[in-house]
Design a protein. Structure first.
Length: 236
């Protein structure tokens, strides 16, 4: 126990006296930015793909779009996140001669990756909505797109809210790989604290605790949102 106490004292000295907390706060900020931006981009892309996947395939254009979306989902679900980051940062950007920071690249790649998973989540959500909702919207003169975006999709999001919460939690945890493209996240911040005295036990334990706290907070927020949505449904 005394040995652990010494390790903790050493960690605390670096964390406070040598302002290690500044790097941790930067990592926490980047982790939040990447995960939130990735979820927003993923929700937008995933919704578009899901709509394309469920529309009738009577004409050529919907079939072509469906094939493209299927390839997109297969590509991003079939390769690891870290591989996508490396290819985007070290291959595609140099070829296109574009300069971007590691955080910006991570936001885009996380969004593209999340879109592939959310598309399947959203598609199941759309299919869980009563078909009568679409028929009702079309019967009063609304177009397919208007009915889908204003009636069906909002109900689908209610149905898949817990699953979207799990996707957000996954994005939070997966930000630990952004160090491969030079971005500072929680892992990088605590790893730098550990390298100051080559004591990694306490920094890694504290890092794990922070991740656990973040996940607990997100889970509680999702439960609160579910309760409010259920209350609004009962009022209606």
């Amino acid at each position: 126990m005394g040995s652990f106490g010494q390790k903790f004292d050493s960690f605390w000295e670096i964390f406070i006296k040598y302002k290690g907390y500044v790097k941790v706060l930067e990592g926490l900020k980047n982790t939040a930015i990447i995960a939130i931006t990735g979820l927003i981009i993923g929700l937008f892309i995933g919704t578009l793909i899901a709509i394309v996947r469920v529309i009738p395939k009577y004409k050529l254009l919907p079939r072509i779009l469906n094939g493209f979306c299927s390839f997109y989902v297969w590509l991003f679900r079939g390769t690891p996140m870290v591989v996508q980051l490396l290819i985007f940062y070290y291959v595609l950007l140099p070829l296109m001669e574009i300069n971007m920071t590691g955080v910006q690249v991570a936001c885009i790649v996380f969004g593209l990756n999340s879109g592939a998973y959310i598309s399947e989540i959203m598609r199941s959500g759309i299919q869980s909505v009563d078909h009568g909702q679409m028929e009702g919207g079309r019967s009063v003169g609304l177009s397919f797109a208007t009915t889908m975006t204003h009636i069906v999709v909002p109900q689908a999001i209610k149905n898949i809210l817990p699953t979207l919460g799990n996707e957000f939690i996954s994005l939070i945890k997966e930000t630990s790989v952004v160090s491969f493209v030079g971005a500072t996240d929680l892992y990088v911040a605590f790893n730098k604290i550990g390298t100051n005295n080559y004591e990694f036990m306490v920094p890694y334990l504290v890092m794990a605790l922070i991740y656990l706290v973040i996940v607990i907070i997100i889970s509680l927020l999702i439960k609160l949102m579910e309760r409010r949505l259920k209350k609004s449904d009962r009022r209606n």
